[in-house]
Unconditional design. Structure first.
Length: 222
């Protein structure tokens, strides 16, 4: 499996390319990181990327301002070619043109249409090379396709049962909420009772708590 290529699209380090980094590596403001960003909003050691079998995993290192992947703040995230990582005032793109093209081809035409105006031509130079940003690398032109995450293939029977229980709970609750919604075809609107809306918010809050629990390095199993 190849290494990780990161291209800085915005920020004080705009134009720098870190080609074929070998995990584990860290990104932060202070010396000693594999990628040092000149950004006061970036923590001294902001996040790390490590390899887990055939996956690249990003872990936020309790940074002050957090880490976003594709616009969503996260503490633990599987990275894919074409993902946009945002820290402080800096925005970086993961993957070379060929790696992103391979991902889009695997996703298929339906999802790849979400990526606007992407085409090769920016070039990927040696590590720390600086180049003029190409118009196709502007954030507006890079809307990463969103796929349904894969279910881990190395779970024990007990872990599979736990995942099934979580999915069954969510599917059951969401089905009830969907069935309770009222549709207005004429106005293209959907409405629901306040109590149902509150249950939907409660479901979202439970998911957020579970996500934080799983991402917590102190959680058993991490």
């Amino acid at each position: 499996m190849s290494g990780v290529t990161l291209k800085i699209l915005h920020g004080a380090d705009r134009g720098k390319i870190y080609d074929e980094l070998t995990p584990p590596f860290t990104v932060g403001r202070e010396e000693g990181n594999d990628i040092q960003l000149n950004d006061e909003r970036v923590s001294r050691c902001h996040f790390k990327v490590q390899r887990d079998k055939d996956r690249f995993v990003l872990t936020d290192l309790d940074s002050t301002n957090g880490t976003k992947v594709n616009g969503v703040e996260c503490q633990l995230k599987i990275l894919r070619h074409g993902d946009l990582i945002s820290v402080g005032r800096s925005l970086m793109l993961m993957g070379s043109e060929s790696q992103i093209a391979e991902r889009l081809a695997a996703i298929g035409a339906e999802h790849s249409s979400l990526v606007q105006d992407w085409h090769p031509g920016t070039g990927v130079g040696p590590r720390h090379k600086t180049e003029r940003a190409h118009p196709s690398t502007q954030p507006r032109a890079l809307i990463p396709a969103i796929e349904l995450p894969d279910i881990p293939d190395d779970m024990s029977p007990g872990q599979r049962a736990q995942v099934c229980e979580i999915l069954d709970f969510l599917q059951s609750r969401l089905k009830k909420l969907i069935d309770s919604a009222r549709t207005d075809d004429a106005n293209q609107e959907v409405s629901m009772r306040l109590s149902d809306w509150q249950r939907l918010l409660d479901t979202q809050a439970r998911l957020a708590r579970m996500s934080r629990q799983v991402a917590d390095p102190e959680w058993p199993g991490n």
